[in-house]
Design a protein around this ligand. Structure first.
Ligand code: MN
Length: 245
């Protein structure tokens, strides 16, 4: 890569597009999400994390973050794009819409959109609810947590217990129903609470990736230690916004 392009990436990350996809690997930091969130306007691309791969150490190591972002997340995106290329009329729908209507999608792509569309949605969301900042739950979120779980400690305990109960690969979620009531749910593989096929639906507020690829390098089989570490890297600012929006 030329030094001009490198300088461009460092100073002009706001216009990051597919042309310089992978720029985060050069600098380790680029400004966060721009127009990548919504579907329906072409191919999906890997969003920048908004923080460096080593920013979450010692809780999540840089190597895990880099592989998770550039290999695992990118693979979901590539396979999602391949699926949508088979049924181009689906490009008019947002990813949220696709996941909420899996039952009615063409059978030829239904599983790929479930697995890889879910994989893209879940990781894109996950990167925003973790981060290096020292943040706190808002008064409003704390009130919700106390109302629905009894206390922050009780919430964390239940969230860890549910996360431990995921057999194999999956996710643990804090979700809100239409009235704002908070619940914890889990999903298998890359399913999520937006999907029409899952048992417990809701608006995701917080998520934890409990696939082994999210923690194995640092924690091996010790998922419980990864769960304890998770509380140090929750971006409560982002979680507050999701709850209050
Ligand atoms: Mn993952």
């Amino acid at each position: 890569m030329s030094s001009n392009r490198r300088n461009f990436i460092k100073t002009g990350g706001l216009v990051l597009t597919g042309i310089v996809a992978g720029a985060h690997m050069v600098s380790g930091f680029v400004p966060t999400h721009s127009a990548i969130i919504a579907g329906g306007e072409g191919d999906y691309t890997l969003p920048a994390l908004g923080y460096a791969y080593d920013a979450l150490e010692p809780h999540i190591d840089a190597r895990t973050m880099e592989i998770h972002h550039t290999k695992h997340h990118q693979a979901y995106i590539s396979k999602l794009n391949a699926a949508i290329a088979k049924e181009p009329e689906l490009k008019t729908k947002s990813l949220d819409q696709l996941l909420a209507s899996l039952k009615t999608l063409p059978e030829s792509v239904r599983n790929d959109i479930r697995n890889h569309g879910g994989g893209h949605w879940n990781h894109r969301f996950f990167w925003t609810v973790i981060g290096p900042g020292n943040t706190m739950p808002s008064e409003k979120l704390m009130a919700g947590i106390i109302n629905d779980f009894g206390s922050m400690e009780a919430f964390k305990e239940q969230f860890e217990k549910k996360s431990m109960s995921v057999f194999g690969s999956g996710w643990c979620w804090l979700i809100a129903d239409a009235k704002g009531k908070l619940m914890i749910s889990t999903t298998s593989n890359q399913d999520n609470p937006l999907m029409d096929i899952v048992e417990t639906k809701g608006k995701p507020i917080l998520a934890l990736d409990v696939w082994e690829h999210a923690y194995y390098l640092n924690y091996q089989n010790k998922r419980a230690d990864y769960l304890k570490a998770f509380w140090h890297i929750v971006n409560w600012q982002s979680v507050n916004e999701k709850f209050e929006s």
